[in-house]
Design a protein around this ligand. Structure first.
Ligand code: DCP
Ligand code: CA
Ligand code: CA
Length: 362
């Protein structure tokens, strides 16, 4: 399965403030140059009806929504990540194997728990959608198929709040009418090139001579396009290995050397990193602070403990110590501040080690 959250950033904003739900909601990355410079990160489906979508200039979005009661909001990535973390935990609990790709989507290998049975998979997908909606108040779209490639396209085909199943015997008829653009890896350029070869649909691509594809695109890409057009894909759902560190950085409202101001922001970031650690079931042994100065020079300090811990107070205390010490040693002003934990271990690993050491003698 591929699970993709609907209009993710904008839906997070709607959840936070349901009053905006029926209006066009546009989440923006303001570049800060002039009031409206920057790009649209995403928009809810009400705004999309007016032609507002990811990547267009904010000024263009404002033009499209002229005389409409629309809501423009700045991105709040930390909030979205918090929501994402919680949802990913839900998704993970429903998978044999789990692979998160990006902030708002994940592949779930459900082969074993559904015994390759599509009605079972459909039930499971409904359960997942219900769980995410009830626990986190967000809708998602799910594609179910015999492999990652088909599942991804299936998830994209019906949005928002969609559920699309493509059984093995339906793959060909499902894919063949679609424009080649739907295939992962086919961008604007490739689309144009294929068009000059008379190939517009996935079905036409499937019938196109593979040797000629290889001549045009090279062996690797040519073979990939050929296989993809036939829905052939054997990429496993890959559990990502644990991260080496978890960090957060943020820009202060103004440059400062005021410890209280710096810590105020740093503690907030600590809380964020800590939540992420809990989610991942990780303990840390090292704490680092970052400081980007007004002249953009980067400074950092670290401290490593004897034993792994997940304690938030220790984390904050260490961050305070490190900033205090740093400000005592340097006369720079902080523009951005950050915190990081590293030397991570999995909680269960530690428990195993302890059990092995003392013997399982309860
Ligand atoms: N995003 C972004 N800039 C882009 C594309 C996406 O900042 N050019 C962010 C905002 C999106 C999030 O990534 O909410 C997920 O991207 P998706 O492509 O999955 O798009 P949405 O979730 O917004 O919409 P959809 O309902 O089509 O999945
Ligand atoms: Ca999405
Ligand atoms: Ca996505």
């Amino acid at each position: 399965m591929l699970v993709d959250l609907d209009y993710f950033y904008a839906q997070c904003e709607e959840r936070r403030n349901p009053a905006i739900k029926d209006k066009p909601v546009v989440v923006c990355v303001y570049s800060g140059r002039t009031e409206d410079s920057g790009a649209v990160s995403t928009a809810n489906y009400v705004a999309r009806k007016y032609g507002v979508k990811s990547g267009i200039p904010i000024s263009l979005a404002k033009m499209k929504l002229k005389d409409v009661d629309a809501v423009f909001l700045p991105v709040d990535k930390e909030f979205y990540r918090e929501v994402s973390d919680k949802i990913m935990e839900i998704l993970r609990s429903h998978a044999d194997r789990f692979e998160q790709v990006g902030i708002d989507e994940a592949y779930l290998d459900v082969t074993q728990r559904t015994k390759r049975n599509y009605p079972e998979a459909e039930k499971l997908a409904e359960t997942i959608k219900d769980d995410v909606l009830i626990q986190q108040k967000l809708t998602c779209s799910i594609g179910v198929g015999p492999n990652k490639l088909v599942a991804k396209i299936a998830a994209d085909i019906q949005k928002p709040n969609g559920l699309t199943l493509v059984r093995p015997e339906e793959v060909e008829s499902f894919l063949s009418p679609l424009p080649v653009r739907r295939l992962v890896g086919v961008g604007k350029k490739t689309e144009k090139k294929l068009e000059t070869l008379g190939v517009r649909t996935v079905g036409q691509l499937a019938r196109f001579d593979v040797q000629r594809l290889i001549e045009v695109f090279g062996r690797k890409l040519g073979t990939y396009f050929h296989n993809a057009s036939l829905g052939i894909d054997d990429e496993p759902v890959q559990e990502r290995s644990e991260p080496e560190s978890v960090s957060r950085i943020s820009t202060l409202k103004e440059d400062t050397r005021d410890l209280a101001v710096i810590l105020d922001e740093a503690y907030r970031l600590c809380g964020n990193v800590h939540a992420r650690l809990l989610n991942l079931g990780l303990l840390y042994r090292s704490v680092s602070i970052y400081l980007v100065a007004g002249d953009l020079s980067v400074h950092s300090r670290s401290k490593t403990f004897e034993n792994p811990t997940s304690d938030l107070e220790t984390f904050k205390k260490t961050v305070k110590e490190l900033y205090e010490k740093f400000l005592g040693e340097s006369d720079v002003e902080a523009r951005r501040v950050g915190v990081k934990v590293s030397n991570l271990t999995k909680k269960e690993e530690l428990q195993k080690q302890i059990t092995n050491f003392f013997g399982d003698s309860k």
